[in-house]
Design a protein around this ligand. Sequence first.
Ligand SMILES: Nc1ncnc2c1ncn2[C@@H]1O[C@H](COP(=O)(O)OP(=O)(O)OP(=O)(O)O)[C@@H](O)[C@H]1O
Ligand SMILES: [Mg+2]
Length: 403
Amino acid sequence: MDPRRNPFVPSAGVRPPEFAGREHLVEQTSIAFDRIKTGLHANSMFLLGLRGVGKTVLLNALHEDARAKGFETIKLEVPDDSGGHLVKGLVPGLSVILRRLDRIANMEQKLGLATAALRNFAAIFRIEYEGFGIGATPATPDAGSGDLEADLPELLRLVAEAAAARNSAIGIFIDEIQYLSKAELSALARALHEAAQSGFRLIVIGAGLPQIAALVGDAKSYAERLLLFPEVGPLNEDAARRALREPIERSGARIDDNALQMIIQETQGYAYFLQTWGKFAWDEANDDRITESDLTDAAPAILTHLDMNFFRVRFDRCSELEQQYLRAMAELGQGPHRTGDIANALGTTSSQVAATRSKLIKAGMIYSQRHGETAFTVPLFDRFMLRAMPRLVPYSARKGTRK
Ligand SMILES: Nc1ncnc2c1ncn2[C@@H]1O[C@H](COP(=O)(O)OP(=O)(O)OP(=O)(O)O)[C@@H](O)[C@H]1O
Ligand SMILES: [Mg+2]
């Protein structure tokens, strides 16, 4: 069918033609926003899921909802684990918020305090931003001690109080939270702790890979109780059907039921794969109707496309040993797997391959949510590994390379 009318968007962070299956999470967050707005407590949330499940799209939808409810918001993405990104992202965001609040009403004391605190904070953490003059600099250096864990909660409290004085609240939306450093996580947790105790209006919604849950607990033991960790998983069967059928029908075509069933089977409901299969199916079909035989014809091209564009880019970044480790995991299936079993499959011991495993975790290829377990962060990666490396080569401890 005409590619110009193709509704599907296999991409990153692009709103899909049908945003399916997240109703419960959207509702849960919407309640939290309403509570925070009226000064009641609600837990902040880290949305956790594998690559390509739809975390960014969901985070963006929640961000829009918060704005529609009158929140003052900041949205940032942590690009990598090199550090310092939280402060760099927050300062300009908070500066914009204070300007907006200043426009909403005339200068008053709370806003002056928050502005002065932001100035101190930016100066001590050496962040340049376009300063603006509201209020006098107070004698005490609020949020300017240089200790992030003390300064960030103080700054957010002052900004949240200025927002509350204008009947608003602060929402911070952070993508790729698994890259935040322990110090940044601690500072955020501390801010949430203080918000919970003294009732200032702040909510943080993060999205990232599942390993962050363990890091949060390491950063601050109470953090686990201040945050919820909703899982963003594959779409269930009903939602996956809607994600495919609705856009097709709205675009004036239809899809046979067994064709739908085949896509659900092949993608297991993972959002990125659904968009990819939908796109190829549309292009393949004729006469405004997608059939099972269209899919059978398109399947080899779809798999090649996914291998080249989604899986291989990640695979190619790994060293030979890392690739062998991933291959051994694939031998055992989708996972999660006991770390000892993976070493066994490689013909070695866990300690011999511990460094390789750590590097793969740091690179975001695998994660360990529970102690002693290892899983892929990329859905269906096991199947790709079997295609990319048909043979499992045992690990040789002495040479540190292939036998
Ligand atoms: N609820 C949904 N229904 C249908 N398609 C969706 C849904 N959510 C996301 N998608 C589609 O899935 C793809 C991946 O979405 P997104 O970029 O949000 O994933 P992600 O989890 O953030 O991935 P990554 O971990 O790589 O950042 C996009 O093409 C998007 O349009
Ligand atoms: Mg994303």
